[in-house]
Design a protein around this ligand. Sequence first.
Ligand code: AP5
Length: 237
Amino acid sequence: MRHILVVLLVCLTTLLCWTQEAPRLILIGPPGAGKGTQARNLSEKFKLAHISTGDILREHRKQGTELGKQAAAYMDSGKLVPDELIVTMVAEKLAGDGGFVLDGFPRSEMQAQLLDKMLAKVEHPINRVILLLVPDDELVERLSLRRSCPTCQRTYHLKSNPPKKEGFCDSDGSELIQRKDDKEDVIRNRLKVYHEQTEPVLRHYKDQPGVIEIDGRQSIEQVEKQVEEAVAPKVAR
Ligand code: AP5
């Protein structure tokens, strides 16, 4: 009986710590650094909401909404969609108090400040920021060879991460596509925009909570291991 009580107490403490310390995490990095790949894994493994502004925008475009129409030209040329359109979209997704992983947001200093305000209201600040580092030339190669599932948004790479059946998604069998912005000239523009507008966001998190840097040139599995170590709270290790 005493043994069962101890086990119950440990489980309860673990659950409590997890709730208090639920990862509220930003994955940041240049286009193609592997944010989506890692965010999907974290979301499955730690049951976190995966909030990808790129995926949400692509879904709006697919549905032909007003937001999707307004975003299209920015996305296809590799520019950032205006902050006011993005922030309203994210606010709706951050309503709950569970853990989440932000993929592709914030991408400008204005977005980072607005995110702070949104989270201050619910007293759940960001507690982890992970930066995936990959040099530009490698990213151009990666993105040129990326193929994406239009249904579940899962991504593949023709060399390093091919689908089991060529041309089709492993998860839902949809025919894979090449994103319009995965053409070399647009990729280079996305990288320029990242260096000019998104890199400064890192300064915002320099002290609180600090930025964990991970070498994104390693294999997907190696990056996954380091990202998981950075995310899992001590109680869950
Ligand atoms: P978005 O969809 O967010 O694109 P992105 O940031 O450019 O990032 P990607 O999705 O291209 O790359 P990723 O880092 O997720 O890499 P992935 O895991 O797929 O945004 C698109 C557009 O929407 C923007 O340009 C903008 O217009 C607009 N937008 C979105 N958010 C916005 C915001 N907040 N504000 C304003 N505008 C916004 O991996 C890439 C490839 O590499 C894959 O093929 C993968 O299989 C492979 N790979 C992954 N990891 C590895 C590895 N370790 N080794 C080898 N290959 C790997």
